[in-house]
Design a binder for this molecule. Sequence first.
Ligand code: CP
Length: 312
Amino acid sequence: MPLRQKHLLGIEELTLDEIELILNTSRSFKEISTRPIKKVPTLRGKSLINLFYEPSTRTRSSFEIAAKRLGADSINVDVSQSSVTKGESLIDTGKNLESMSPDIIAVRHSSAGAPHLLSQYCETACIVNAGDGMHEHPTQALLDALTILDHKKKIEGLKVAIVGDIAHSRVARSNVLLLGKMGANVWVCGPPTLIPMEFEIYGVKVTYHMKEALEGADVIMMLRTQRERQSEVFFPSVKEYFALYGLDTKKMGWARRSAIVMHPGPINRGVEIAPELAEAGYSVIFEQVANGVAVRMAVLYLLLGASEEPGL
Ligand code: CP
């Protein structure tokens, strides 16, 4: 089997070799999206179900596109129109969907551990974590690593500054784990109220000062303030937040001239990033989205244990 596990539940479970395998496979799949006919028959006859309990623009559509580009069928379950509204549990929903013989179920849920739970009850389908609460978002970290490697020769030794709402961010957690495994020098920065006390255990440097985080940074990863997960007020005002932790051209001057700016999306222009910065030359935000398709193609391909050469 190309991957040791049947499911992709988090970066934590992946070895460095498996991460590199996914990234290398993603690279070979990128070219398919540039063809006039963006489809190969590699996963013909396979099927993916997207089971998203939380909203998504990028992750859900890129899983769907990835499946279709590989010739698989993909189905989106509209949870708001499903029997979840009648009280059906996650486990029952998963088991009923599995009865229709999908090969993969991609799950997004507001509760940490939901995909792990489902993986214990589903016997045939592979479960992919498409974001679970504040825990992990493994395919996001993988596409972020692929994007960094498109611009930098290697990740080892790079200074990566992750700025914003660290406490509520599954993207931050997955990236800290992945970039740490790949040897980056990771800094996290945000208001003290938005960085968990124990975060240094992940081997990152913690600072509450953006200048310290950005000085000499090769990669700046900005995060959205996740209001939907915040039960209390963590900063006095958006104006003050942007002044201290929002990225603008002045603060960009603290980073290396070759620094790239990333954001997992959705962007809140004027809150964590100046409105015009997403389109600036150093921004790779839309490249991240494009790489999301390639990474999800690779994940589907590798989990389904396809034995053929990927570059058809
Ligand atoms: N980055 C990300 O997970 O975006 P979506 O919420 O739109 O899927």
